[in-house]
Design a protein around this ligand. Structure first.
Ligand code: NAP
Length: 307
């Protein structure tokens, strides 16, 4: 199937372009980007122009930041195209509900991708937890914003999510592997005095069986980067490390993948299946947890952040 990539920036070049190139399902037939392009691929700067000029391209994958995503997604759906969304699937929940309704009404596929759910050991962790009684779960997601988001201003603007941008990846894993839904009971959002979005967040959650569930996200981490989820159960301890690429059960390690390894190829395989089956996959639970953290969260001001 022919596919167009929209928003040729960091994640498009790092992950989407190689994943499409290696896929038996997809051919990168066009790009839409005001500044970026991919060698040898038909390039447009305006989505409407591409949709008009290339009726043979039935699928559009959006790699833009969250705020502009809704307008692009709605324009592609209105032109009868199937749409794949980078995470988070929109800037607000209402936008995502509107996109879902449009896709369903028009019989189009719409996929809210959560790349971290495709990490190597996430499925195994979900299987292991399925018949255990959870006592506690702690997320620790600490990384260096300067290393992962060099020069990106949108992450600090309203709708840019701040440290929830990586934090929502952890929440996408937690909502996938736990057999029960959780909801937010409290949050502290640490916002640099010169920015609009948090650089660090602490969260607590209600678990229906009374397990203690918490999360810490911090973008001020230098040196080793930490992407860990640790669960205590009636049958011992499970740790997911390296963003879900490795797993330890009671200290014994499985998994050899690098962080992010294999995630985007699996997303594109899923999208191919969704288009063939005519489905919509819009799991908004990770985004609901972030929205609720903003609703319930206590905001504290911390030192200014200079990039
Ligand atoms: P980015 O490089 O800053 O932006 C991607 C591209 O979107 C830009 O190159 C720009 O292309 C276009 N764009 C930016 N602002 C726009 C606007 N207001 N209107 C229209 N187009 C705009 O961002 P990114 O790091 O690739 O992240 C994009 C999405 O992928 C985010 O939702 C992020 O959470 C997700 N993601 C990122 C990473 C990562 O490691 N960076 C990992 C996983 C997922 P033009 O100027 O050429 O139009």
């Amino acid at each position: 199937m022919k596919i167009a990539l929209v928003g040729i920036g960091k994640i498009a070049l790092d992950q989407h372009v190689p994943a499409i190139a290696a896929s038996p399902d997809w051919e990168l037939a066009a790009t839409v980007s005001r500044h970026g392009s991919v060698d040898g691929v038909d390039a447009y700067t305006d989505l409407g122009d591409m949709l008009t000029a290339r009726p043979d391209i039935r699928v559009v994958s959006l790699c833009l930041p969250p705020v502009p995503r809704y307008a692009y997604a709605m324009q592609a759906l209105a032109a009868g195209r199937h749409v794949m969304l980078e995470k988070p699937p929109g800037a607000t929940l209402a936008e995502c509900h509107a996109l879902t309704a449009k896709a369903r009404a028009d019989g189009l596929s719409l996929y809210a991708t959560w790349h971290s759910r495709q990490a190597d050991m996430v499925g195994a962790a979900k299987n292991w937890l399925a018949d255990k009684t959870l006592k506690s779960l702690q997320v620790t997601w600490k990384e260096d914003v300067r290393r992962w988001h060099p020069g990106q201003d949108w992450i600090w603007e309203p709708g840019g999510l701040g440290v929830f941008d990586p934090g929502i990846n952890a929440l996408s894993i937690v909502t996938e592997i736990l057999p029960h839904d959780i909801h937010v009971t409290g949050a502290t959002l640490k916002v640099p005095e010169n920015r609009q979005t948090p650089i660090a967040v602490d969260m607590t959650f209600h678990h229906p069986q009374g397990a203690q569930v918490g999360a810490v996200f911090d973008w001020r981490q230098e040196g080793d980067q930490i992407w860990t989820i640790e669960a205590e159960t009636d049958a011992g301890t499970l740790s997911l490390t390296d963003g879900g690429a490795r797993m330890q059960i009671n200290g014994e390690t499985t998994g050899t993948a690098a962080p992010l390894g294999g995630e985007y190829p699996r997303l594109y395989a899923q999208m191919a299946q969704l288009v063939h089956a005519g489905g919509v996959d819009m799991d908004l639970r990770p985004m609901t947890l972030v929205a609720d953290a903003y609703t319930l969260g206590r905001r504290t001001t911390v030192a200014a952040f200079e990039s």
